[in-house]
Structure formats: structure tokens, C-alpha cells
Design a protein around this ligand. Structure first.
Ligand code: ADP
Ligand code: MG
Length: 238
């Protein structure tokens, strides 16, 4: 079966000559539909570079990125933009909400811009807000929401609609622990419903929500393992 996401020998270099930095070095990675992969590694190990390349925000210096078996390098700019809007969900630490729009309007904005019919926009936005446990604040304006609630609205906006590949870069970093867990539960739910996901995190407890953990060091995958299941974590204590 074709992997949802397939990185083949991906390299990413920034700069040239003496100043060149190798952020990714010959990375091979597959993510299947229904699979959540956690990526862990020290600061500067290439985690964010991996996500931006995987999501087609940056073209890698070498190697290939395939989504559904289609090489991103072969897509026109227009088709790449369409793929980003319809298939990919990026959860970054970017919480720019439009202050004059309610939560449900903010979340529906990407779909509205994409020309979806009004009713469907609203339904998808309400679903996304429910997935981050904000069904009771759909009509609120950003200024009337707490910081954590605003962050969850932004995350709902990032995953609204039928995204099949969700790329999350330390989404829980700036969140309080309860909000962080809500976001992990949402990610896990989307993946269990058939999406694929990559979760960059430096918290082993968060990585435990994934099916597989990939360890990066100096731009290379140095280890991969299945995430410990709650069962096996408990086994030693019985
Ligand atoms: P992480 O997310 O694990 O902290 P990054 O992918 O952000 O790692 O960075 C990997 C390496 O690439 C680091 O050495 C970083 O300084 C460098 N780097 C990242 N982005 C750029 C850029 N736009 N220009 C130059 N160097 C960069
Ligand atoms: Mg980073």
C-alpha cells in the first residue's frame, strides 16, 4: 500500500559555503494513514525542517517527498497550494485570529476562502471546535476568550475540514497542560479516524500518544521505536 507520506533520502541545507547548515541529512520516513508519528530531538536537530519539507512549505535540497505516492516536486505551484489547503493541516505556534470574527467564523475562514458553501463551512468549523472542546464558545470573539481558548481556536482552524495529513510542531509547547492534552486527544482522534500525523515534541509523555517515535540528531534519524503502550508501561509495576 502507498504510504500517505513518504520521505526518500531527504536532505535540507541552508546557506552556502562556510556558513552552510545541514538541517536534514538523508532522511527516510513513511507515515501511513491511521498512524501518528512523534518526532523527538534536541533543539536544532532538524524537527521543524522535517515538517516544513514534509508539508511542501520548503522544497528539500535533495531527495523526494511523496504524498499519496505523488512527488511534491512534480506539482505546479497551483496544485501544491491546493494540496496544502485541502489535504494538509499545519499546527504551528501561530495564533493570529481575526479579532472581528467569532470563533466559528475564524475556524471556518480557510474553507470559506476555498469557496465552500456556507452551511458546510459552518458545520466543519463547529466539528473542529468540538474536537478541541470549545463547543460552548463558538460565538465568542477572540478578546472574550482566555489565552488557552484562543490557542485552541487557532488549532481548530489549522485542522478544519477533511485534512488527511496533520503536521504539528510542538503544539503543546505554549499550552497549559490541560489544553495540551485536549490538543493531543484531538490529534489522536483525527488519526484514529484515518488521517496520518506527525507530532514534534520534546515531552516523552506526549510522544506516548503516538504509534511510533522517531529520534533526530543533527538532521539524521538515529533511532525509531514503537511508542510504549500504556499496557507495557504498567507491566513492570504489577
Ligand atoms: P529544530 O526544530 O529541531 O530545533 P530546525 O529544523 O529548526 O531544528 O533547525 C535545524 C538546523 O537548521 C539548525 O541548525 C538551525 O539553526 C538551521 N536552520 C533552520 N532554519 C534555517 C533557516 N531558515 N536558515 C538557516 N538555517 C536554518
Ligand atoms: Mg523547531
Amino acid at each position: 500500500m502507498t504510504a500517505l507520506l513518504h520521505l526518500i533520502g531527504v536532505g535540507q541545507r541552508y546557506g552556502t559555503g562556510e556558513a552552510a547548515v545541514t538541517a536534514l541529512d538523508d532522511v527516510d520516513l513513511e507515515v501511513a494513514a491511521g498512524e501518528l508519528v512523534a518526532v523527538m530531538g534536541a533543539s536544532g536537530s532538524g524537527k521543524s525542517s522535517l515538517l516544513t519539507v514534509a508539508g511542501g512549505l520548503t522544497r528539500p535540497t535533495s531527495g523526494e517527498v511523496l504524498i499519496d505516492g505523488v512527488a511534491l516536486g512534480s506539482l505546479s505551484a497551483k496544485r501544491m497550494a491546493a494540496l496544502r489547503r485541502t489535504t494538509l493541516g499545519f499546527v504551528f505556534q501561530d495564533y493570529n485570529l481575526v479579532p472581528t470574527l467569532t470563533a466559528v467564523e475564524n475556524v471556518g475562514l480557510p474553507l470559506e476562502l476555498d469557496g465552500w458553501p456556507r452551511r458546510q463551512v459552518r458545520r466543519a468549523a463547529l466539528d473542529a471546535l468540538a474536537s478541541v472542546e470549545l463547543s460552548d464558545r463558538t460565538g465568542s470573539y477572540p478578546d472574550d476568550l482566555s489565552g488557552g481558548q484562543q490557542q485552541r481556536v487557532a488549532i481548530a482552524r489549522a485542522v478544519v475540514g477533511p485534512r488527511r495529513l496533520i503536521l504539528a510542531d510542538e503544539p503543546t509547547g505554549a499550552l497549559d497542560s490541560q489544553t495540551g492534552e485536549t490538543v493531543l486527544r484531538m490529534l489522536r482522534g483525527r488519526v484514529d479516524a484515518g488521517a496520518g500525523g506527525i507530532l514534534v515534541t520534546h515531552d516523552a509523555r506526549h510522544a506516548a500518544w503516538a504509534d511510533r517515535i522517531v529520534f533526530l540528531r543533527d538532521g539524521r534519524i538515529i533511532d525509531q521505536r514503537r511508542a510504549p503502550q500504556p499496557e507495557s508501561l504498567l507491566a513492570g509495576h504489577r
